[in-house]
Design a protein around this ligand. Sequence first.
Ligand code: CTP
Length: 412
Amino acid sequence: MGTRGRVVLGVGGGIAAYKACEVLRGLTESGHDVRVVPTESALHFVGAATFEALSGNPVETGVFTRVPEVQHVRVGREADLVLVVPATADLLARAAHGLADDLLTNTLLTARCPVAFVPAMHTEMWEHPATRDNVALLRGRGVVVTEPASGRLTGADTGKGRLADPAEIVDLAQLLLARPEALPRDLEGLRVTVSAGGTREPLDPVRYLGNRSSGRQGYALARVAAQRGAEVTLVTAHTGDLPAPAGVDVVDVSTAREMADAVEHAAAEADVVVMAAAVADFRPADTAGHKIKKTDDGSAPTVSLERNPDILAGLVERGRPGRLLVGFAAETGDEHGDVLDHGRAKLARKGCDLLVLNAVGEGGAFESEHNTGWLLTADGAERRIPLGRKSELAAAVFDAVADAVRDTGPGQ
Ligand code: CTP
């Protein structure tokens, strides 16, 4: 499922251009029709034949081919999304100032659909006042310029300026196709803490009590918050090889108690805390220091459990005025009420400001790319979130967060 669209994939002339091939692949595999428009210098890094083979569409860089088709206007007009991967400092400058000296920059001026730049450059170039001003100009016009990742750059150096992970770029593109208004810069100046994944409570050195949380919803929340301008800390437990969202500080933990420490530490400075993790309520009372062995008499050991801290309840208890707390709950209906009844009761019991409620088994949640549910607020409002990608649900959550912060102001 998802919104299928016509995507213009602009490719700038930087070494990260080779990763545009993976983005292209991800988009076509999701059913989108992709037209690649590289700059002339991008073709120093990846040949036109590669883009043509992967997209199934012709590749041109200039405005003087197929002139009767008026390509310099048509390509932009027909697009549902223009995505530029990688956006170099030069390309951002040309776009910010409305230059139109090749097919890509012409396309940027004629497109009326969402436009997103995914930058990749050396830290010095990203931080240079010229680039900062160009990025601010573009964002001020409603253009999405994503935060780059930190890490290894070309050569031996590391720092901010690395291209976001291709899977993350594909996800952001899908989000913008489904919800063109999903990434406003409305969380700038806010500190957001997100928890993700499922804790593991050790029984012995090889066994643990765990759960099926994949962490995808928490990662989508962190990614969307960062791209909306927040300073994000993601506290994550056992999320496999999900790529770290660009521009996000990631803290790895394992058990509920480790998660409690890390979340409380980050939350001390946070304006918003989103508890998307599946935290184990119980842990084995004793952890064996050696592997528990079978015995000859055929008996099985008894495991006694003890309670873990309730992290969200702790944050509510030691609440700070102005800090917004968002909880998650997966519920089923039973003889005491339906999913919404249980959600409302949990919101009241937990005392958080917002609760994202999933109906277990309703086409989403665990291990899926998709999710659906309701958004319940402490003032009694309820909003249905239709089935969509987890980043769409994340955008709906941060719409509500941004509304709430606008009403009360951060740190009030
Ligand atoms: N949560 C938490 N610490 C825990 C358990 C849960 O912070 N030890 C958070 C979850 O991250 C989620 C919310 O509390 O945001 C609700 O989780 P859930 O497991 O549904 O809540 P419980 O209070 O444990 O409810 P139940 O008795 O239905 O399991």
